[in-house]
Write a protein that binds this ligand. Structure first.
Ligand code: ADP
Ligand code: MG
Length: 340
């Protein structure tokens, strides 16, 4: 049974960056305003995330890594209105099957925290040990895939895996204004990503992607239909809002299109949208045809397939063609106006 579990876990968690993405979302869900990531050997040897969020209560620690343990889904009906980032209760379970995992956590107002280690979804003896701590949670994942050689072999070099980690942290850092992020390789004195909680989104872009990108960004806002609440019927009129930042005619140094896309708070990929925008820039701004684009899209929750398999980075949602066309038109209008 453990073999099956390990294989399943290797599907959910494919590489260090995917483990980190899940942990970042958990830290954000926990209301953190500071999230620090420490990496050793591309995340293979060590992936540590320190947050100052809600912490985890002692009584929740024994089942923390059990499959489907989640504090984010109380009733099945919540599936339709869920607004937090994760709800599957799969991530920590999976990580515990394919690594050595330790959690130190303290809830606000407590005198001390607890430290626990996990293996194959179970808390290890002797259970939670009291330790001096500060409010928040530190999760340490060591030796990822030590027991799944096929996964380990499929990984790229430590540098490339670290690049993928930086990509994930950078996207969340731009998205989550109000949260200070840092990401550092163990042994390096300076972090590769370091943002502040007080900065604007453009400040975040500047510190993660550079001044070249941040300088020329054009703000974008679209609202369609009757709001984005759960009251919007699945097959009724579409409700959508988009806020974005897009590069314009003067951003000619981009080497490839960067699309930082969040739909209902989750960082996702959407190839048809990417292709539509690439086509648009190529046609309108041939010299600036490798754009940098940030889009925060809100759709009625029941129109987005939040329940999709975690390995699918591609998001599924209803009215996809219409949504993409609305976004394409809004970007087109902005580019035309700025290019006059
Ligand atoms: P999910 O996020 O889908 O609920 P996870 O396996 O990612 O499932 O996490 C399981 C649960 O562990 C979460 O629902 C949350 O209650 C708790 N948890 C995980 N990470 C943190 C954290 N950094 N701070 C507080 N609680 C956490
Ligand atoms: Mg989660």
């Amino acid at each position: 049974e453990n073999v099956v579990n390990k294989i399943a876990a290797g599907e959910v968690i494919q590489r260090p960056a995917s483990a980190l993405k899940e942990m970042l979302e958990n830290s954000i869900d926990a209301g953190s305003t500071q999230i620090s990531v420490l990496v050793k050997e591309g995340g293979n040897k060590l992936l540590q995330i320190v947050d100052n969020g809600s912490g985890i209560r002692k009584e929740d620690l024994p089942i923390l890594c059990h499959r489907h343990t989640t504090s984010k889904l109380r009733e099945y009906a919540d599936l339709e209105t869920i607004s937090t980032l994760g709800f599957r209760g799969e991530a920590l379970c999976s990580i515990s099957f394919v690594s050595h995992m330790a959690v130190t956590t303290m809830v606000r107002g407590a005198q001390y925290g607890y430290r626990v280690t996990y293996k194959d979804s179970e808390m290890e003896a002797p259970g939670p040990r009291p330790v001096a701590a500060v409010p928040g949670t530190t999760i340490t994942v060591e030796d990822l895939f030590y027991n799944v050689p096929t996964r380990r072999k499929a990984l790229k070099s430590a540098n490339e895996e670290y690049g993928l980690i930086l990509d994930v942290v950078g996207r969340y850092a731009v998205y989550s204004t109000g949260v200070a992020f840092s990401c550092r390789r163990q042994g390096d004195s300076r972090p590769d990503i370091s943002t502040t909680a007080a900065g604007s989104r453009v400040d975040g872009v500047r510190s993660v992607y550079g001044a070249d990108v941040a300088r020329e960004l054009i703000p974008l806002k679209v609202a369609v239909g009757g709001g984005t609440g759960p009251e919007v019927p699945v097959d009724g009129p579409m409700g959508m809002s988009v806020e974005g930042l897009i590069s314009g005619a003067n951003y000619t140094t981009g080497k490839k299109t960067v699309l930082v896309l969040f739909i209902n708070g989750r960082c996702v990929e959407c190839s048809p949208l990417r292709r539509a925008l690439e086509g648009l820039y190529g046609a309108l701004l041939p010299k600036a045809s490798r754009p940098w684009i940030f889009l925060e899209v809100r759709l009625p929750p029941r129109q987005v397939e939040v329940n999709m398999h975690p390995t699918k980075r591609e998001v599924g949602f209803m009215h996809q063609a219409e949504v993409i066309e609305e976004i394409r038109r809004a970007v087109e209008a902005k580019l035309m106006a700025s290019n006059e």
